[in-house]
Design a binder for this molecule. Structure first.
Ligand SMILES: NC(=O)c1ccc[n+]([C@@H]2O[C@H](COP(=O)([O-])OP(=O)(O)OC[C@H]3O[C@@H](n4cnc5c(N)ncnc54)[C@H](OP(=O)(O)O)[C@@H]3O)[C@@H](O)[C@H]2O)c1
Length: 331
């Protein structure tokens, strides 16, 4: 009887996200019943939001992961056995498959992915990162050619796509990153107009130099000191898109936000959003994104870890900034 491995969450995250929060279990490969099919997962996506799903907090935008259950994640895989008329052996599929090598499903929440699309590209561009970038930039940021956009987490999977879309639309684009290697990548390979290294540059002085006309759109992926420095430089009628606050995900004392006076003085709009509210628009968002990708205006890089168990240490790379591009696990 053949078996496969899965990883359960056994402890809630209280700031540290290491292997001690998980247990690896071995399960028997099931036979699909009528209407079911079996997926061999090939790539699992790792996302900063997972750190929030692992906490004991019950007051968030989606339910937490309960202890003793398989850790939640999205992924891509191949159908290897099927008793479902809509899914055939060999189909490439995507869904919330969790940290496990095999997935038995009736097809709810599973979508087919063109086999011509490489899994790394599918997860890096056409899954959560690209959907998030497209939804946030256009529905909340309302970018206009000639404006200046600043994006934090700019070399990350969401931030790099936001910056490239804005650049392609004729904005001046400045990215905030944590290493010189990432600064070089977004400027020299992706075509950003400038980069700020928030760890080594004087944030305010560098923003003044790179955005002398002020900032019209801020795509917020990080929070922390970057938030205040950008906020103070927002132009009248500026838009702030609040996508993520990774600087606070592992912090016992979240950083204080800026004073609201400037929101009045500059008539700012500040809009938070989460993708689960917008997943019904996934096809529409992909259709918006696709031409930019086809025209070579959106590039990506994938940071691939090997083997199921590598996921247990993988999430820490988000906090140290060691991930270079979309973080995922190859199974
Ligand atoms: N609202 C939504 O629906 C939604 C959906 C997807 C993602 N998100 C959010 O979007 C953000 C980016 O996600 P992603 O998947 O694209 O991750 P990512 O940017 O690929 O990886 C996270 C990056 O954050 C940076 N970072 C870590 N700690 C930081 C700190 N204290 N200050 C500033 N930067 C820090 C690191 O890069 P550096 O080396 O540059 O520091 C790290 O590589 C996250 O906050 C995530 O939660 C939101």
């Amino acid at each position: 009887m053949s078996t496969y491995k899965a990883i359960n969450l056994i402890k809630h995250n209280e700031g540290k996200v290491g292997p001690e929060l998980f247990e690896v279990v071995e399960k028997t490969v099931p036979e699909p019943a009528d209407g079911e099919f079996l997926i061999k997962q090939t790539y699992m996506s790792l996302d900063p939001a997972m750190m929030g799903w692992m906490t004991s907090d019950t007051d968030s935008y989606i339910p937490r992961v309960e202890l003793g259950t398989v850790m939640r994640s999205s992924g891509i895989g191949e159908v290897v056995a099927s008793n479902n008329a809509d899914f055939a052996v060999g189909d490439q599929v995507m869904g919330m498959f969790g940290w496990q090598e095999m997935v038995l499903t009736d097809g709810a929440g599973v979508s087919k992915v063109d086999k011509a699309l490489q899994p790394e590209m599918a997860l890096s561009v056409f899954a959560l990162p690209g959907l998030t970038a497209t939804q946030g930039l256009y529905s909340c940021g309302h970018p206009e050619a000639g404006e200046t956009l600043v994006v934090s987490g700019a070399a990350g999977s969401v931030g790099s796509i936001v910056g490239q879309l804005a650049k392609a639309d004729g904005l001046r684009v400045i990215g905030v990153v944590g290493t010189d290697e990432k600064a070089n990548w977004i400027v020299n390979d992706l075509g950003f107009d400038g980069a700020v290294n928030y760890k080594t540059d004087d944030l305010g002085a560098k923003l003044n130099e790179l955005a002398p006309e002020g900032i019209d759109v801020y795509f917020e992926n990080t929070g922390g000191p970057i938030q205040n420095a950008v906020f103070e430089r927002m132009n009248a009628h500026g838009r702030i898109v609040v996508c993520g606050m990774i600087a606070d995900y592992a912090s016992a004392n979240p950083s204080p936000g800026p004073n609201w006076m400037r929101i009045i003085k500059k008539r700012l709009s500040i809009q938070g959003f989460t993708m689960p509210d917008h997943m019904h628009k996934a096809q529409e968002l992909r259709a918006k994104l696709a031409p930019y990708v086809q025209n070579g205006q959106v590039k990506y890089r994938a940071h691939v870890l090997e083997g199921l168990e590598s996921a247990m240490n993988g999430l820490t790379l988000f906090l140290t900034g060691e991930n270079k591009g979309k973080l995922m696990v190859k199974l």
